[in-house]
Write a protein that binds this ligand. Structure first.
Ligand code: PDD
Length: 286
């Protein structure tokens, strides 16, 4: 069945969902995006994703092309029109189509491009990897300096995924000055000395919405959290490692650069946090 896609105020079958070749998203990667997961037809962590979207746009000097209520309505309508039960909603907003290629930003009144589509992932919450854990490699982080803005410049993360694939593993953690920044599309954590350790927020990582929720739930469950950079050596020597993202929730990491983490099986902290995250965020899903 063809998906129904939202393009600039219109609902169109995916075959007809098109934007201009002059769109700045296409020519300059001048756009931002969000991925919101859907479980049982409901949106997880929606307020966080909507708030980060507004921040990303603001940091790039773009406004919100529609008001908050309308944006939520579009998300809901998209779920309904596509009978989406489990999966994701992808949203992208670009600086639009100025009618030609030019490095300078177009006039502010140029209409932005707004696209939303669904990705169906039946059984998303029961991903088998949660039971076996992920294997990762480490790679250099050569991305730009504003990784806190969720832009569509995903070439290096895509290359990182390909390096992982070539190495026969699931993903890559990026490393800068010896310290882990984040995964190609997720935030990175270790558990050591009884503490959950994850890089502090700044311009060098994306401020994960799942990260914020998981750290809140961890603290509420009296788990100790330390927000600071950690090295690859620390990660390899840790008791556990895991990642978080909207599409994977909490996922254990059991191997780093060929070395087993802890026992080499998913750890109890990651497993518990996954359970808590799914339970609590489903309660708050809208
Ligand atoms: N990626 N760090 C990076 C570089 C990411 O791309 C993502 C999300 C995260 C986790 O953020 P959140 O918890 O808000 O999903 C961290 C999405 C899922 C993607 O690109 O598909």
């Amino acid at each position: 069945m063809s998906r129904i896609v939202y393009v600039n105020g219109n609902w169109v079958p995916e075959e007809e969902a098109v934007v201009s070749v002059f769109d700045r998203g296409f020519l300059m990667a001048d756009g931002v995006y969000e991925v919101t997961s859907v479980l049982g037809g409901k949106l997880l962590d929606y307020p966080g994703h909507a708030a980060r979207l507004e921040r990303s746009l603001g940091e790039l000097g773009m406004g919100m092309p529609m008001d908050a209520d309308d944006l939520l309505e579009v998300h809901r309508a998209l779920v309904e029109k596509n009978d989406l039960v489990d999966g994701m909603i992808y949203l992208q907003i670009t600086r639009g189509n100025p009618g030609d290629r030019d490095f300078a930003f177009p006039p502010a009144e140029t209409p932005q491009t707004v696209v939303l589509f669904t990705q169906s992932k039946p059984g998303l919450a029961d991903a088998p990897k949660a039971k076996t854990g992920m294997k990762i490699i480490t790679i250099d982080d050569i991305r730009w300096g504003r990784r806190d803005i969720k832009t569509v410049q995903l070439l290096y993360p895509s290359m990182g995924k390909m390096m992982a694939k070539k190495a026969g593993v699931d993903d890559a953690w990026m490393v800068e000055d010896g310290f882990v920044t984040e995964g190609t599309s997720n935030n990175a954590y270790i558990v050591a000395g009884g503490k959950i350790i994850t890089r502090n927020l700044g311009t060098d990582i994306l401020h994960g919405i799942t990260r914020a929720a998981v750290l809140r739930f961890a603290r509420e469950a009296q788990m100790e959290v330390e927000e600071r950079p950690f090295t690859v050596a620390e990660a390899k020597a840790a008791d556990e490692a895991f990642i978080t993202s909207a599409s994977s929730f909490v996922m254990p990491v059991v191997e780093i650069d060929g070395a087993a983490v802890g026992t080499g099986a998913p750890g109890s902290v990651a497993t518990r946090l996954r359970e808590i995250y799914l339970e609590e965020s489903l309660k708050q899903a809208i």
